[in-house]
Ligand binder design. Structure first.
Ligand code: SIN
Length: 188
């Protein structure tokens, strides 16, 4: 399994001297918060859409049978809603391990609900990473998620918890909600 821990350490977008750094979470980082933070606020970033196009070898699948999790895909004019966490720089040593299966830290600007903006970091698994799966028919993606599981649990939990968290944030994410609907139909 390719692992991005060292690549992220070499990136120059994290200054250990900074008192705090904003992290933008749009997938499991929204609902599974296993790191300390100083502040958390809903935020958007511009130019990206959330898609279940990344393979998961280490959390919701295995190297032999990868699951499907979200990454961000560039899309002009789009915005993606998530949660922004203000964390201390040392938190990234844990996050780099958690996000090691293809995600690289990118600099971004987050826009809060009141219009305030702040620079920060976001983990994106770009299409050139070894675990990238890319698009597929939605019925196939739902079946793939339904049958996958990994060390962090069933892939279906990832989708259902993300969909629920987005609903609670008041976000209408057609891609996530369509997959959720298709997954739930498979169960009945
Ligand atoms: C994120 O949540 O921001 C990154 C993708 C993931 O860990 O699910």
């Amino acid at each position: 399994m390719e692992n991005t821990i060292e690549l992220n350490r070499q990136r120059c977008n994290l200054n250990p001297e900074d008192g705090s750094v904003w992290l933008f979470g749009y997938g499991s980082l929204i609902y599974k918060v296993d790191f300390p933070y100083l502040e958390c606020r809903p935020a958007r970033i511009k130019g990206w859409v959330r898609r279940f196009w990344q393979g998961s070898h280490d959390h919701r699948g295995t190297p032999q049978a990868p699951g499907r999790v979200v990454t961000l895909i560039p899309r002009e004019g789009a915005q993606c809603l998530g949660l922004a966490y203000r964390v201390t720089p040392d938190t990234f040593s844990h996050l780099d391990i958690r996000e090691k299966n293809g995600y690289l830290r990118f600099s971004t600007r987050m826009i809060f609900a009141d219009g305030d903006e702040a620079p920060g970091l976001v983990y994106v698994a770009t299409e050139d990473n070894a675990a990238f799966l890319g698009p597929a028919d939605e019925d196939e993606m739902a079946r793939h998620i339904a049958r996958s599981r990994g060390p962090s649990g069933p892939n279906s939990d990832y989708l259902l918890r993300l969909a629920q968290a987005l609903r609670e944030l008041g976000e209408q994410d057609d891609h996530v909600f369509l997959l959720e609907q298709k997954l739930l139909r498979l169960d009945t």
